[in-house]
Design a binder for this molecule. Structure first.
Ligand SMILES: NC(=O)c1ccc[n+]([C@@H]2O[C@H](COP(=O)([O-])OP(=O)(O)OC[C@H]3O[C@@H](n4cnc5c(N)ncnc54)[C@H](OP(=O)(O)O)[C@@H]3O)[C@@H](O)[C@H]2O)c1
Length: 298
């Protein structure tokens, strides 16, 4: 089911439309699109917390950004956040909440596309952990810190398909693991969660999804035999990370909620998600496998 596209730029460039806080958390800020999102937010005078799993890499990227944004050292901080670990997510949120930061929003940008099956220490398949269940936990524990007008943006991809939500999606086995299928399932889950969270928080928080399109970044390298072929065919056609960041920033600044941002426009999340037959089961189990699981192991 498709929805009409709307132009995103008219409403989304104005800093005066900001909500209560002025700080944005960007996960995966050490990556190509994440770093561009950080730059764009600095240009718009936000403060940014770069949330990275690898502090050394994060620091190198931060230093590179600061070469372009001299004098902004005090408004770009770096924090450790490993989205594949429930305890790392909890530690990150504890640290943020102790700092009395006024949050404007959360950019759930970190993502992975694992070549092989791998379980995290929490017993979750890693792609689902990083791209979905970790995001549910991070978002749910941050919600009380988000005031009226705050924003959440979840980064999805064109691999979403409502049929990927199945009742065995939280049962993991190497046998049924497929790199692209699991990635698509994790992004589909994130889109369904976006639809449900935007309904739940309507009138308070703006929750949107954003698809960067096909962007020339490391994530396109699938560690497969066809990488050189894909490089040859697709890389010259794909967007730059700067262009890929545009719909993410548009989504974060938007007055809308429950939309998908792509390029310079946006559309409603389709009824296939909003009225998904497994939605209640899905939400209950998403919370059980992330938020509640993390609560129990605290
Ligand atoms: N590129 C595309 O064509 C495309 C298309 C659709 C959607 N996307 C989405 O766009 C987002 C950004 O990806 P990208 O293209 O910019 O790729 P990228 O350059 O590889 O960036 C991915 C980022 O996610 C971080 N990350 C991976 N696993 C993590 C973990 N366990 N904990 C915390 N951070 C973790 C990476 O950290 P390190 O720097 O430490 O590796 C990196 O900062 C992802 O959600 C991706 O799925 C990309």
């Amino acid at each position: 089911m498709t929805s009409m596209n709307h132009n995103a730029t008219s409403k989304t460039n104005n800093l005066s439309e900001k909500g209560a806080g002025d700080t944005v958390i960007v996960t995966g800020a050490s990556g190509s699109i994440g770093a561009e999102v950080v730059k764009s937010l600095l240009q718009k005078n936000f403060s940014v917390i770069m949330a990275c799993r690898d502090l050394e890499k994060g620091n190198t990227v931060r230093n590179e950004i600061l070469k372009e944004f001299k004098g902004k050292e005090n408004v770009v901080s770096l924090e450790k956040l490993d989205m594949s670990s429930f305890s790392s997510i909890r530690q990150f949120v504890d640290k943020i909440s102790n700092k009395n930061i006024q949050l404007y929003g959360l950019m759930n940008n970190a993502g992975t596309i694992n070549r092989g099956f791998q379980l995290t220490n929490d017993g979750v398949e890693e792609t689902i952990a990083v791209n979905y269940l970790g995001i549910v936990l991070l978002t749910e524990v941050l919600l009380p810190m988000l005031d009226n007008g705050a924003r959440i943006t979840n980064v999805i991809s064109m691999t979403t398909n409502p049929k990927r939500i199945t009742k065995d999606m939280f049962e993991y086995s190497p046998k049924k693991y497929r790199q692209l299928r699991n990635y698509g399932q994790s992004k589909t889950a994130l889109l369904l969660y976006t639809a449900m969270l935007s309904e739940k928080t309507k009138g308070k928080i703006h929750v949107n999804a954003a698809d960067p399109g096909i962007v020339d970044t490391n994530i396109l390298k699938l560690d497969r035999w066809f990488d050189p072929l894909a490089d040859l065919l697709f890389r010259p056609l794909v967007k730059s990370p700067g262009k890929g960041a545009i719909p993410l920033v548009n989504a974060l600044l938007a007055e809308e909620t429950g939309k998908i941002f792509l390029g310079n426009s946006f559309k409603s999340i389709s009824g296939d998600y909003v009225k998904h037959p497994l939605r209640d089961w899905f939400l209950e189990n998403s919370l059980k496998h992330s938020h509640q699981a993390a609560e129990e192991t605290k």
